[in-house]
Design a protein around this ligand. Structure first.
Ligand code: AP5
Length: 207
């Protein structure tokens, strides 16, 4: 199954992707995680590090190249779940083309919907375990004592607001694109993590 998660910062894409990928037996492919790993390895140019920290998108060509290479890996043969890609119309068109070349297409695009003030609370209080990548929330999903936590540079409130504007300006245009292809499913992202997981599995017909 080839699935895409679309949604604003803090909608729960990463949290849900980890659970849904185990259920579907497919890898999670997160362009945000790939870019942060490149940054940690000192392989992301300084101007792109600055763009990410400021809440702007990196160039389409870079992420399209990353995904084109990643989806060719053998672990993607049974399918994949894309989290954070595509984010613009050129990215969506490039994805369709790279799949079509191999006779493949997307099965489903899930749009996670959460009100803006809740998105800000979710992102500003998010913490990630540096070692395991596990996502926590200081209020809703507190980390265990002694966890080695990271607060993302782009999770400061003023940057989150900028990222939300970027989402509304660039990524939201994807929804009509996928609606037109008849594969968009809108998911209410408010509720417990388990409640949202149940909605997603139901939309995927995998309950
Ligand atoms: P990326 O890492 O993709 O960030 P994002 O899309 O802004 O999404 P987030 O990771 O902020 O949120 P999420 O929806 O995964 O929420 P999470 O599950 O963590 O991208 C970062 C940057 O990289 C971009 O700004 C851009 O610069 C660059 N980039 C990446 N992809 C790109 C692309 N394709 N093109 C160009 N540039 C790109 O949850 C958030 C918090 O809420 C957590 O604390 C979690 O514990 C909590 N939570 C989750 N669900 C619930 C729930 N149901 N109830 C209570 N709390 C919950």
């Amino acid at each position: 199954m080839r699935v895409v998660f679309v949604g604003p910062p803090g909608a729960g894409k990463g949290t849900q992707a980890k659970v849904i990928c185990v259920r579907l037996g497919v890898p999670q492919i997160s362009t945000g995680d790939m870019l942060r790993a490149a940054k940690s390895a000192g392989k992301l140019p300084a101007d792109l590090v600055a763009k990410m920290a400021a809440g702007a998108l990196v160039p389409d060509g870079l992420v399209i190249g990353l995904i084109d290479e990643r989806v060719r890996a053998t672990d993607c043969t049974p399918g994949f779940l894309l989290d954070g890609f595509p984010r613009t119309s050129p990215q969506a068109e490039a994805l369709d083309q790279m799949l079509a070349k191999r006779g493949l297409k997307l099965d489903c695009v899930l749009a996670l919907e959460v009100p803006k003030e809740l998105l800000i609370e979710r992102t500003v209080l998010r913490r990630t375990d540096k070692r395991t990548g596990q996502i926590y929330h200081l209020k809703y999903s507190p980390p265990p004592p002694g966890a080695d936590l990271e607060h993302r540079a782009d999770d400061r409130e003023e940057v989150v607001r900028k990222r939300l504007d970027t989402y509304e300006g660039m990524t939201a245009e994807l929804l009509p694109y996928y609606e037109g292809h008849g594969i968009l499913r809108r998911i209410d992202g408010v509720g417990s993590v388990d409640e949202v997981t149940t909605r997603i599995l139901s939309a995927l017909g995998a309950k």
